[in-house]
Each structure stands twice: as C-alpha cells, then as structure tokens.
Write a protein that binds this ligand. Structure first.
Ligand SMILES: [Zn+2]
Length: 371
C-alpha cells in the first residue's frame, strides 16, 4: 500500500513522494502520524547549515538520497504492533524520544544506556514522521495521556530534552535561575525549573511577545535584552551576585534569529561565582572559551544528558497535570502533509512569523489502515 512521504534529495531539496507503507517488524510499531513539527536543528540541517549531526546528514544525502529524513517531534496513533511489543496496543497515541541507545554496547548492557552514543536518532538514521505512517521502535515511545492534545504531544520530545537539562542543573530549593532565550526550550526550562524548586526566575529574550509569554508561564522578571543590558539587570535583581543557575538557550545561528555567541557571553557574566551554566544551545562551530574565567570564578559549565524514557514519561505527567503548559507556545498550526515545507519555512524564520514553537502540521484525518 502506498503512502505520501517527504524525502530529501539534497540540501534545500525536499519532495513529496509516493512510497510503500513500511512493514511492521519485531520490537516496532506501525503508527499513523497525527501531528508533526520540524525542530530548529532539522530546518538548519535541511538547508545545509552546520549544527548537530551535520556530517551524518551530509553523508546520507550524498550516499543514500532520496532519504526520508527528519520528523522526530510528533504524535502518532498505533495501527499495528510487531512481535515482542508489550507496552502498547493498536489505538494508543504515542510520542518519542529522539536519541536511542544501541542496546548492545558495554554501557547499554550495564544499565547505563543513557550514556550510550552509538544508537540511532529518529529522523536522522531512522525514518521520521514527515509521512503518513511511521515504523517506530518500542524503546523510543511513551503513551500519551488523554488529557494531552495531539498538538501538545508533538512537543514532548523537545520537552524531554528540557527535563534532562533541568535535571542536569540539580536545582536546590530556592535557587535563583536565569534563562537566556524564551523560544520553546527556554520556556520549557522555565516551567520545569519552577516545578523543581527554583526561587527567583528571571528570563531574557529580545522579542516582546516571548517576554510576555514568559511572564504568563511563571517568570518573575522577563528582561527584554533589546531594551537594556540583561547582565546588569540580573545583577540588580540578585544583590549584585548573579544567579545560582543559568540556562543558555539562545545561542546559535544569527541567520535564524539566534544570538550567535552573545547570550553565551552574557550567561557567563550573569551567574554567581561557583554557579552553574547549563549549555542547552547547539553551536555549529567551535567556540572560543576563556577557561581562565571559568576557573577563576569556579564556574560549572554543564551539558544536559541525553533524555531517557524516564524523562519522556515525566513530560507526560507534567503536561497532563497542567504543571507545564505548552498550548500558549504553539503559535502556528498548518493542515495536510503538503504544508510541511511551509512549516520548515516558518520554523526557519520564527522571528519574521512571530512563531515561538516550531510550526506544526496536522496530517490528514484519521482513516483505517487498509492493506
Ligand atoms: Zn549502547
């Protein structure tokens, strides 16, 4: 049976093709995609911009095109389960974490699979969900609570990375926290930090709309960095000490509305001595770091672990209970698989379109899989 799928023939070249619906294999489920959104990383990779996994994607386009790339942020409904699948039944709605453990290395075999870097990423090495039906490994998936909409569920992958980032920060009760960048991950880190015992919550962005949403979602102070010096403002709010914890969620390609390295420099200046900086952003190239500054001020520069199934399961609790709100962040919803390139365009130029979350695509109405 044929289905529609977006395939990449090269950078900046995606086409809607007819391909076969994948056969369900052991340990996997076949699912109808309900809602999917491109991540910022994916839209950059689609354009050939250097960021996470650029070399892998370049290799695939040069050697395996056309390739069914991207689409790891989705909500889908299971239509068939493969042999050995125990946690799901047909009819369940699911979302996924993106990076999977290999299941075979020494780390995976000693219950430290969260440290494994040998496994595949959905949408990169494995086909993703810019298509009507997707074959998905059981190990990646979580069941969606009925209180969560398809649109919210498509954000859970990104939210699970934010849960991992906040866990890495090990926030102590009452810690002051600053978050640079109020895009979707910044707003997620804000809300999770709030539920994790943070004291004063200060956010920084350059867009008035992002500052407004940030306030709505729990920021005590939302600083518009286009109007004042955010470091001076943060120092003022913290008795000139700086905050205990900083999340840096704004760095990256200025072409795509990110701050370059500016917010990174500001994050270092805004944290107190001995404080923690959590590097959430991806920089596409090497970054010059003044190690002396880190050493002299005893700063802890930490990167989040890969999100685990436990993190993904926690996102379901956070959203179902209303402790994390995603709907105010979902600004653009498109309909029909043909709209996928438009979602890439909007997500690639969030500032121009006044988007916060990536643009979502709701795929065609549910019909039974018949073959
Ligand atoms: Zn492994």
């Amino acid at each position: 049976m044929p289905m529609k799928a977006w395939r990449f023939y090269g950078f900046n070249d995606m086409r809607l093709d007819d391909v076969s619906v994948p056969r369900c294999t052991p340990g996997h489920v076949l699912a109808r995609v309900l809602c999917v959104q491109p991540s910022v990383t994916e839209v950059q990779l689609a354009q050939g911009i250097r960021t996470l996994a650029y070399d892998d994607i370049k290799w695939r386009l040069e050697n395996q095109a056309p390739a069914q790339l991207f689409g790891h942020e989705f909500c889908a409904r299971i239509v068939e389960i493969g042999d050995g699948v125990e946690r799901f039944r047909p009819g369940d709605r699911v979302a996924a974490r993106a990076k999977l453990p290999c299941g075979a290395c020494a780390l995976c075999r000693s219950e430290r699979s969260h440290l494994c870097r040998k496994g595949p990423i959905i949408g990169f090495q494995l086909p993703g969900c810019f298509c009507e039906f997707a074959l998905l490994p059981e190990v990646a998936l979580v069941k969606i609570d009925d209180r969560i909409s398809d649109n919210e569920a498509a954000c859970l992958q990104s939210l699970s990375d934010s849960v991992a980032a906040v866990e890495t920060a090990a926030i102590q009760l009452g810690d002051s926290v600053a978050i640079f960048g109020q895009g979707c991950m910044g707003l997620e880190c804000l809300q999770i930090a709030r539920t994790s015992g943070a004291g004063k919550l200060i956010t920084v962005d350059v867009r008035p709309e992002a500052c407004r949403i940030s306030k709505e979602l729990g920021a005590d102070e939302a600083i518009n960095a286009s109007e004042c010096d955010p470091v001076a403002a943060i120092r003022e709010f913290t008795g000139d000490n700086g905050v205990d914890v900083v999340f840096e969620c704004a760095g990256g390609s200025p072409k795509h509305g990110l701050s370059g390295t500016k917010s990174w420099v500001q994050a270092l200046a805004a944290v107190r001595s001995g404080g923690k900086i959590i590097g959430v952003s991806w920089f596409g190239q090497p970054l010059e770091v003044d190690i002396y500054l880190l050493r002299e001020r005893s700063l802890r520069y930490l990167f989040p672990d890969i999100s685990t199934l436990a993190h993904l399961e926690h996102t379901v609790r956070l959203v179902a209970s209303g402790r994390v709100r995603l709907s105010p962040v979902i600004t653009h919803i498109l309909r029909g698989i043909e709209a996928v390139p438009q979602a890439f365009e909007i997500t690639s130029n969030k500032a121009r379109y006044q988007a916060i979350n990536p643009a979502q695509v709701v795929l065609c109405q549910e019909t039974p899989l018949n073959r």
